[in-house]
Design a protein around this ligand. Sequence first.
Ligand code: NAP
Length: 360
Amino acid sequence: MKRVAILGATGSIGRQALEIVAANDDLDVCALAAGSQPLDGLAASFPDALTQVGGDLRDVLDASRPDLVLNAVVGFAGLPATLWALETGTDLALANKESLVAAGELALEAWERGGGRLLPVDSEHSAVFQCLEGRSAESVRSLVLTASGGPFRGRARTALEHVTPEDALAHPTWRMGPKITVDSATLANKGLELIEAHFLFGFAYDDIEVIVHPTSIVHAIVRFRDGAALAHLGYPDMRVPISYALTYPHRAPTPVPALDLAAGLTLEFEPPDLDAFPLLSLAREAGERGGTYPCVFNAANEVAVAAFLDGRLPFLGIADVVESALVDVDGRRARDLAELEEADADARRATENQLAAVWP
Ligand SMILES: NC(=O)c1ccc[n+]([C@@H]2O[C@H](COP(=O)([O-])OP(=O)(O)OC[C@H]3O[C@@H](n4cnc5c(N)ncnc54)[C@H](OP(=O)(O)O)[C@@H]3O)[C@@H](O)[C@H]2O)c1
């Protein structure tokens, strides 16, 4: 029996994970945590699970000592739990991409010390992980992450001036929490995923491509030096990568429809429009510069997305705000968690100040 701690249990990923656990006799929930919503309803199905709402989620991890942590908290708030799992050598199913983007090298160092498994839950990274399994690094030429393109794919930059949060939340292929849905509309999500892939798989940014694929059937492709390219296909359904991470290495049955090939699949690809969606280039640049630039990118983006959802910032303002934040900082490498938290807090303060000055 694998004892799983589900952090972010009230969210989109958390709820789907609970569905997977409930249907699998080899999995049990030993801890449930959320940010502010009560857990009573969810906890009723898992009477032995410890629960925690808000506060430092390392407390419920210390108390429950899980075999595997599913980190499905949204945003930088997920960082302490990611580091806890990596440092203690507890297997980590990671949905919370922001923590790996922000903590980068600190997280990798903790992972090396801890020695547990780091299993990606993001569908693209789960796909890359599966295509890479058993291959030598030198046989790989590049990774290709696919992006649906979000609800505004095909629109020119000028056509994005007046889009609303409601428009941005209408994602064409995935049903997700509000922050990642807006990130998908701006392509910041793909930028975060690019940095996440760099840290997870150890490839240089030049060797990680992003391609738009509107139907989200192909989740990622790995190109090999002999000219072969392996792709991972499936309908867009997060229960597949969640189940893979929770049941690794056994690949348990999951109640999702098989691809209907005879019905015809549309597999179209196109390059991302970096003029309309500059956050993808900004993320790549932040990743390549290294240090705390990815942390600052993430912090400014979190503040800007919250302001957009609150109606305080126009859609195109999200990229403007993030770009300014990256100019304002020195991006020096954080030597420890305290320095990283300081870089994150500084970037949030600078972004809030900029919002107050330009969009009061
Ligand atoms: N949804 C997807 O399909 C998908 C796909 C790939 C990756 N991801 C990644 O998975 C993560 C979760 O996404 P989501 O779509 O599931 O988000 P979501 O639906 O908004 O859920 C977020 C969860 O995080 C919890 N939370 C927020 N702030 C917290 C805090 N300070 N401390 C503890 N818990 C906190 C929330 O609790 P409350 O409800 O109490 O606020 C909620 O349970 C994100 O990093 C996202 O990028 C999601």
